[in-house]
Design a protein around this ligand. Structure first.
Ligand SMILES: Cc1cc2nc3c(=O)[nH]c(=O)nc-3n(C[C@H](O)[C@H](O)[C@H](O)COP(=O)(O)O)c2cc1C
Ligand SMILES: [Mn+2]
Length: 499
């Protein structure tokens, strides 16, 4: 088995797994779809294929990413950590020793070589080609997600550009406000690679937008890779099959051959429009701001093309799982530069950029502060507003336990670092947009070498007594519902409180 090859295969898989419901009733992409999906997402419900969106002939697929199980189906993996390990395996390659290791090493190298996208002659994405006056975005069931949204927004695009100097490709997920039948805004934020390509362009930048991809390639568009690394290569690696591309019809860009819909066009330098407001993943409306205009020169489609969408809003929304995928998949890459990091968690309710909890193998004074600064210097993680550092044995995904450590181990005067730096484009809290305060909380154990009193021992029952009680449990007449597992380190507070 491998991850699905295109959106149709993916829909077929979801259907076989009982993970998709077809909605035959006519439903309005203006607000109504959002209210339905928001309820279904928050209940952990299935993907939805709206077969008759009002005013459009294209079906609308939504909530394809809405649960951990569907993410695992998308990646053909047991867990998202397994996907991370596949990447980590390649990143951490050492010179092989012995024949068996050499053979394994060659396989790994081949998996990298095979992940390079390849150009093919034709693809479903271009079964229908519409150019000039035939271009009409109003045929798509683009959602107006929230009541104060300025217009309909394309929310799940893979936006393809090339660096005008080096020719290296970038694929990013940037929402697009529909302005009229032939143009949209392009909401690449100031820290993003697509915008960097635009700033480097002389006059005009060609852009292609792929909609309706296999789930791994769609995910890859949202992955925070270094600018010179092609997201289609990551997709090829994770799919274990190269992304196939076809030359665009009106642009010198290659587009995914398996896409349901492709928008081709260009963005002219300094051609700006007012974008927003838009009900954003922060849980608030992001205000209207100037962003570039994307002029569509061609729409190419698969016959009976399916339009993909996603609703962001107050967390948790469907995008939570795209964010969690990134959190898990990038852990090995982060550990390449900060190996003392054992694990990290970006709480969904923190909209990913607001908070990062990180567990470290602490080995010298100031180590927690070193890691805070590392996070604040690492790719898009640099936009993190709050970093909480805990010791390696703390489960960073257990927020009750993290809260316990912060309460128990922090002297606010000594262990809180207030800093400043770049902040997320969408963060409305700082006085200045893009720039403001950061907080680091050191909730690790300390000691005299960091100027504190000797640190007390945590309470843990001796293993001997735990074993004794295990053995004698039946004699106490307490039944098997309570207390059959030992307390102490390693058992999370949340698990204990649930009992
Ligand atoms: C559903 C969804 C919508 C997103 N919308 C935007 C957006 O409108 N603008 C933006 O700059 N980033 C947006 N992002 C985040 C980017 O896709 C992400 O930061 C990615 O790394 C950008 O690609 P790049 O690193 O090549 O610039 C969105 C992510 C998701 C999952
Ligand atoms: Mn990129």
């Amino acid at each position: 088995m491998a991850p699905p090859g295109d959106l149709r295969e993916w829909i077929g898989l979801l259907e076989r797994e009982g993970e998709l419901v077809r909605v035959g009733a006519e439903v309005d992409p203006h607000l109504e779809v959002t209210e339905i999906v928001d309820r279904v997402v928050k209940a952990g419900g299935p993907a939805l294929l709206f077969e008759s969106p009002k005013g459009s002939t294209h079906p609308l697929l939504i909530n394809q990413f809405g649960t951990e199980r569907r993410m695992c189906l998308a990646f053909d993996a047991e867990s998202l950590d397994e996907v991370g390990r596949r990447l980590g395996d390649v990143l951490e390659m050492q010179p092989p020793q012995g024949l068996a290791e050499k053979v394994r090493g060659l396989k790994k190298l081949k998996s990298i070589a095979d992940s390079q996208p390849k150009t093919v002659r034709s693809g479903h994405a271009q079964e229908v080609v519409l150019t000039g006056d035939e271009v009409d975005l109003s045929t798509l069931p683009v959602q107006t997600c929230w009541p104060d949204d300025a217009a309909p927004f394309i929310t799940l695009p893979a936006v393809i550009t090339k660096d005008p100097r080096t020719g290296s490709r970038n694929v990013g997920m940037y929402r697009m406000q529909v302005l009229d039948g032939r143009s949209t805004a392009m909401h690449w934020q100031i820290h993003k690679d697509g915008r960097a390509d635009y700033l480097l362009a002389d006059g005009k930048l060609e852009v292609a937008v792929a909609l309706g991809l296999d789930p791994v390639t769609a995910y890859a568009a949202s992955a925070p890779l270094p600018k010179h690394v092609d997201e289609f290569m990551l997709a090829g690696f994770l799919k274990r099959e190269a992304v196939e591309l076809v030359p665009g019809k009106t642009v010198e860009l290659e587009v995914p051959a398996n896409a349901e819909i492709v928008l081709e066009g260009y963005i002219a330098k300094d051609d700006l429009t007012v974008e927003g407001p838009f009900g954003d993943h922060t849980g608030y409306y992001s205000p209207a701001e100037p962003f570039p205009v994307f002029h569509v020169t061609a729409i190419t489609e698969r016959r009976d093309a399916i339009y993909p969408s996603i609703v962001v809003g107050k967390p948790p929304a469907e995008d939570a799982w795209l964010g969690k995928a990134t959190e898990r998949i990038f852990l090995p890459a982060i550990r390449m530069s900060v190996p003392e990091i054992v694990d990290y968690d970006l709480p969904v309710s923190g909209a990913f950029h607001n908070c990062c909890i990180v567990a470290i193998r602490k080995s010298y004074p100031g180590h927690a502060q070193k890691v805070m600064h590392a996070i604040w210097g690492l790719g898009l993680l640099s936009l993190t507003k709050a970093v909480v550092v805990v010791d390696e044995w703390v489960d960073v995904h257990d927020y009750e336990e993290v809260f316990f450590r912060v309460g128990a181990n922090v002297d606010p005067k000594r262990d809180v670092l207030i800093s400043e730096g770049p902040l997320d484009h969408l963060d409305h809290a700082p006085s200045l947009q893009f720039y403001g305060g950061k907080i680091g909380i050191d909730a690790t154990h300390k000691g005299p070498e960091e100027g504190t009193r000797p640190w007390p021992e945590e309470i843990v029952m001796s293993e001997e007594v735990q074993r004794l009680v295990d053995e004698r449990w039946g004699e106490y007449g307490l039944g098997d519902d309570v207390g059959t597992e030992p307390n102490g380190r390693g058992r999370s507070l949340r698990q204990l409180l649930r009992r």
